[in-house]
Design a protein around this ligand. Structure first.
Ligand code: ADP
Length: 245
C-alpha cells in the first residue's frame, strides 16, 4: 500500500513547549482516518505541518513517499493536491449553491468570467456530479446564505472537491451540526474516501463511530493509540488522558 502522508520523528516547539513530540504517522492513499485527542494534543499543529503552514523543527514529512513536505509552503501543498477545510464554513453567501461550485472549479478564471460566460458541457456535468455527491442538487439554485449550517459545510466540501485534491484535511466538520446532519456528513466522507485520502480531526465520538475507520489518538504531540474506535477506547492510557475516567 502506498502512503499518502508519512511523518516520522516529527518535532515542533513553540517557545520551548513541545506541541509535536516525536510524532510518527502514516496514512495510506485513499484511506479515511480520524484523528482524535484532547485540546492541545497537537492536532491543528499536525495539520499545519502537513499543509506547510508550519515547519517542523526536525523529522521527516513525505507526500506520496517521495515529496519532502518540510520544504513546501501552503500554496505549494495546495498545488500538490492537499485541500484543507477549516472548521467554519467559508462559502460565497451571496451566490447560488451552483455558482459556488462553478467558481471553485474555475479558480484560474476571474469571478466575472465564471459567472457571465456560458459553462462548457463538461463543467455542467462536473457541477451536477459534485452537487449530487454532497447531496445539494435540490438546492442548486438557492443562495448559499439560505442554507443550513450543515449544508454550508457540505457545499464547502464540494468546492474543495471541485479542485480534485488527492488529500482532504477536514477540521471538526460535525461541530454545530444536528444529529441528522452529523450522520450525513459521515456518509459523505465515507463516499469521498477511496477516490481521495481523507483525514478528519473530530471531537464528536458518535461521528467518529459513524466514520467506521482507523482512529489515531494524539496526546501531548505524539500518537498514544491507533486502531478502530473500540480498540483505542479500550486502551487504559486513552481512557485516562482522553476520556478523563
Ligand atoms: P489541538 O488542535 O489538538 O487542540 P494544537 O495543535 O492547536 O492542539 O496545539 C498544541 C499546543 O501547541 C497547544 O498547547 C497550543 O497552545 C500550542 N501552540 C499551537 N500553535 C502555537 C503557536 N503558534 N504559538 C504558540 N503555541 C502554539
Amino acid at each position: 500500500m502506498t502512503s499518502q502522508i508519512y511523518l516520522d520523528g516529527v518535532n515542533r516547539s513553540f517557545d520551548g513547549f513541545k506541541a509535536i513530540n516525536n510524532l510518527s504517522l502514516t496514512v495510506d492513499k485513499g484511506e479515511l482516518r480520524a484523528i482524535i485527542g484532547p485540546n492541545g494534543a497537537g492536532k491543528t499543529t499536525m495539520m499545519d505541518i502537513i499543509t506547510g503552514k508550519t515547519r517542523p523543527d526536525s523529522g521527516e514529512v513525505f507526500w506520496n513517499e517521495k515529496v519532502d513536505l518540510t520544504r513546501i509552503d501552503e500554496a505549494g501543498s495546495a498545488r500538490l493536491g492537499i485541500g484543507r477545510k477549516f472548521q467554519k464554513p467559508t462559502v460565497f453567501e451571496t451566490l447560488t449553491v451552483e455558482d459556488n461550485i462553478a467558481l471553485a472549479l474555475k479558480d484560474d478564471r476571474s469571478v466575472f468570467a465564471t459567472l457571465f460566460h456560458r459553462q462548457t458541457a463538461a463543467d455542467a456535468t462536473k457541477i451536477t456530479e459534485l452537487l449530487e455527491l454532497v447531496k445539494l442538487e435540490p438546492e442548486r439554485a438557492r443562495l448559499a446564505a439560505d442554507l443550513s449550517h450543515g449544508q454550508k459545510q457540505w457545499l464547502e466540501i464540494g468546492m474543495l472537491l471541485a479542485q480534485d485534491p488527492e488529500l482532504l484535511l477536514v477540521d471538526e466538520p460535525a461541530a454545530g451540526m444536528t444529529d441528522a446532519e452529523t450522520m450525513r456528513t459521515a456518509d459523505l466522507l465515507k463516499d469521498i474516501a477511496g477516490q481521495h485520502t481523507v483525514i478528519v480531526v473530530e471531537h464528536d465520538m458518535e461521528f467518529v463511530r459513524a466514520l467506521d475507520c482507523k482512529v489515531t489518538v494524539l496526546h501531548q504531540g505524539h500518537v498514544l493509540a491507533e486502531g478502530n474506535l473500540d480498540h483505542v477506547s479500550a486502551n487504559p492510557e486513552v481512557i485516562e488522558v482522553y476520556l478523563g475516567r
